[in-house]
Write a protein that binds this ligand. Structure first.
Ligand code: ARG
Length: 466
């Protein structure tokens, strides 16, 4: 027996039931479904669409049902088309015929839309906390590494010296933007579709603003067709997940490279590494690799839902049921990847000497050597050429710019003097890049101050710097 089978002359095929059912994945919205129903039924009572007693009876029935599900007294692993049908059936079994009035002036189309919005609004708050934890870790680490010099790269070739703090803070900015993207996705979900009905509202005198207020929505969806067919908020969420997964993946990739024997800039903690079944010497960065790898499914979910939605006429179509697995999978993936990534990052060992040697040995101060000449009146293009020649000499003779004797410098240009060595010391090169947003410890401190303020504002506490 189905809640909608009045006009049917025979039962549905069992394959239809199985194929059509979303219960195996939408059961997780049971709290939001019940919250939506309670608000709806309160509004029905207030408007005199059902009697206050009926409204009260249904509300109590729903509250008791919620409690019993939470306590494990009621299982949701049942045969039903979806969570909405199941909860209504369970309610009516418990409180009798009055339960059948719950669905007055409502359709599953606006019901599922409100459930998804409530669900995402709750979950995004959790994701935001997880991002804040990651931002805090990055901030704490950056504070320790203002004077940890390393090469900055372009094309994965050593380019100019920076500090590890400066490198880390680049990720602070990326994840800060991700945080904002999730805030935006939450805002997009913050409109209340109930009252849209199946597509064209209803003939009952609903008070939609009241329902929205009860459910904590900022506003009401202004068009009923849009109210039931908008899944943009799911896409915004999936995009926020995808962009963040990309950042996590890039960061993971760097940790993998920096952790390699070729780089040895960092060492991943044993707790976040694994061994090989055959090669006893191996300590593999599996966690970082998995975080990197999971970006694939998160991108896939975004593309999948975009594709599902692209040809749909207004208003509701069953295709839209496909939004859930995409959203839930990205949600679960991000909620798993973020905290383990944060732990993995916070436990790395930083090999400062190795980082320094890489910066010193990799001609990362070549630009500074050219600037040295410019400051003595040489045109930059000529200076570039002179230093290029010196780099070639160093490469052929095993010197670095710091160890090359002054006599060799002077063979190429007489302008060079003993002060060249100070000018191209790695420390000088970093300290001199004291432009806003740059790697000099002073510029990094300015950034750290802003980062500290952002974290404090978002956590609702006052900023504590040290
Ligand atoms: N399980 C459905 C979904 O997730 C609920 C809405 C069903 N509405 C309908 N008219 N069949 O989209």
């Amino acid at each position: 027996m189905k809640l909608w089978d009045g006009r049917f002359t025979k039962p549905t095929d069992s394959m239809t039931d199985h194929f059509n059912s979303s219960l195996s994945f939408d059961y997780r919205m049971y709290q939001q479904d019940i919250a939506g129903s309670i608000a709806h039924v309160k509004m029905l009572g207030k408007q005199g669409i059902i009697t206050p007693q009926e409204s009260e009876q249904i509300q109590q029935g729903l509250e008791k049902l919620l409690l019993d599900i939470k306590m494990g007294k009621v299982s949701l692993a049942q045969k039903s088309e979806d969570i909405h049908m199941l909860l209504e059936t369970l309610l009516t079994e418990r409180i009798g015929d009055v339960g059948k009035k719950l669905h007055t002036g409502r359709s599953r189309n606006d019901q599922v839309a409100v459930d998804m919005r409530l669900y995402l609004k709750d979950e995004i708050l959790e994701i935001k906390q997880l991002i804040l934890d990651l931002l805090q870790t990055i901030y704490d680490m950056a504070k320790q590494h203002k004077d940890t010099f390393m090469p900055g790269y372009t094309h994965l070739q050593r380019a100019q010296p920076i500090s590890f703090a400066h490198h880390l803070l680049a990720y602070f900015e990326m994840f800060k933007r991700d945080y904002k993207r999730f805030e935006f996705a939450r805002e997009m979900a913050d409109s209340m579709p109930l009252g849209s009905g199946a597509l064209a509202t209803t003939t009952y005198p609903l008070d939609r603003n009241y329902t929205a207020q009860l459910l904590g929505f900022k506003e009401v969806c202004q068009n009923s067709l849009d109210g039931v067919s908008d899944r943009d908020f799911c896409l915004d969420f999936l995009y926020a997940c995808a962009n963040m997964a990309m950042h996590l993946s890039r960061f993971s990739e760097e940790l993998i490279i920096f952790n390699s024997h070729e780089f040895k800039f960092i060492e991943l903690d044993d707790a976040y590494s694994t061994g090989s079944s055959i090669m006893p010497q191996k300590k593999n960065p599996d966690i970082a690799e998995l975080v990197r790898g999971k970006s694939g499914r998160v991108y896939g979910n975004l593309v999948a839902l975009l594709t599902t939605l692209k040809g749909l006429p207004l208003a509701y179509n069953k295709d839209m049921q496909e939004d859930k697995e995409a959203v839930f999978d990205s949600l679960d993936t991000v909620k798993m990847a973020l905290p383990i990534f944060t732990k993995m990052l916070s436990t790395i060992t930083v090999n400062k000497d190795q980082m320094y040697d890489a910066a010193a040995g990799g001609f990362t101060n070549a630009t500074d050597a050219a600037d040295y000449l410019v400051k003595k009146g040489v045109a930059f293009r000529d200076a570039h050429h002179i230093i290029g020649k010196l780099v070639l000499i160093c490469t052929n003779s095993g010197y670095t710019l710091e160890t090359l004797p002054l006599s060799e410098y002077q063979k190429i240009s007489e302008i060079f003097d003993n002060d060249i060595y100070d000018a191209i010391a790695i420390k000088t090169c970093v300290l001199d890049r004291n432009v806003l947003g740059g790697p000099a410890p002073e510029a990094v401190s300015t950034h750290l101050k802003l980062a500290c303020e952002m974290l404090a504002t978002e956590r609702g506490i006052s900023p504590v710097e040290n």
